[in-house]
Design a protein around this ligand. Sequence first.
Ligand code: NAG
Length: 368
Amino acid sequence: MGLTGVTFLVTLMMLTAVTIPANGCSPADQAALMDFKAALNEPYLGIFNTWTGTNCCQGWNGVGCDPNTQRVADIVLRGESEDPIYEKAGRSGYMTGSLSPSLCKLDGLTTLIVADWKDISGEIPACLTSLKNLRIVDLIGNKITGQIPANIAQLSKLAVLNLADNQISGSIPGSIVNLGKLMHLDLSNNQLSGEIPADIGKLSMMSRALFNKNKLTGSIPNSISKLYRLADLDLAMNQITGSIPAQLGSMPVLSTLNLDSNQLSGSIPNNLLSSPGLNILNLSRNSLEGLLPDVFGSKTYFTHLDLSYNNLRGSIPKSLASAKYIGHLDLSYNHLCGPIPNGSPFDHLEASSFSNNDCLCGSPLRTC
Ligand SMILES: *[C@@H]1O[C@H](CO)[C@@H](O)[C@H](O)[C@H]1NC(C)=O
């Protein structure tokens, strides 16, 4: 055998030693998973029935390992699924218990999805922020209490943080703005209070930011308008005050903006209503005042435009009738007056879209 042959063999042996693990699942990972399972109780589906034997990387429901390191990389346990195993429980799972801090021993974990189990309680283990490889944390639809860990920004690879539909309280930690890879932040339907961090505009990768159904106060930070990838912003059903930053109307890809059921005041920025990409706008149930700006035109395309329950006055601008499309329009419960413009975008609308104003008239209301 020549020198190249020997070198080749040695290299091969070294590679083999590094890449082929001795025996599947690491015993430490396996022990951590058993602790995780022991802290939960899933009475109906038997989703943990496969968690037996010594190789957690093989055939354990919801567990995935890195093929190179054989370390546990994913835990994906969803309570809502089309999987046949869910059929007997009406496709909807149920679990009690809590998230064991032993999870934090799984230091190869990149994905943690424990979603829609309805009754998992307790807090997010504080040590979770030591799992530096985490990219997806999705705990939606449980009964998790406590606060978002203050040092959440240690999860520098985090792209998805979904804690919606839980009972998380406290404020949104200021450090969250340092999660430079965060794309999807869903904190909706919790008990969060305090203000939205003023420098939220630092989250330059963010495309969805959902904070609806909490108890957030303060105003809408101007910096939000710097989120040039933001497509979906939902701040509905909070206690947000102040006026709507005009810059929100200049965001390049914003298509859904829900600010309904807050305490917003001031007038509706002109460019918000003329933004061609904004297709869903709900400003209902605030204290917005002033006139409806006359800024609509052939690029206006709203599947939902809800401005009901405010203090808007003046008339409905004629330009609204030249809109390309208006699906659902609601201008009810304002102080609008004068004739409802004629035009194809209005043909399908019912009286309820215009009801309870001061003196609107014309089809579909009474003739002027
Ligand atoms: C807008 O928000 C209000 C109040 O939160 C809600 O009742 C209404 O259904 C929403 N409108 C649309 C079109 O979703």
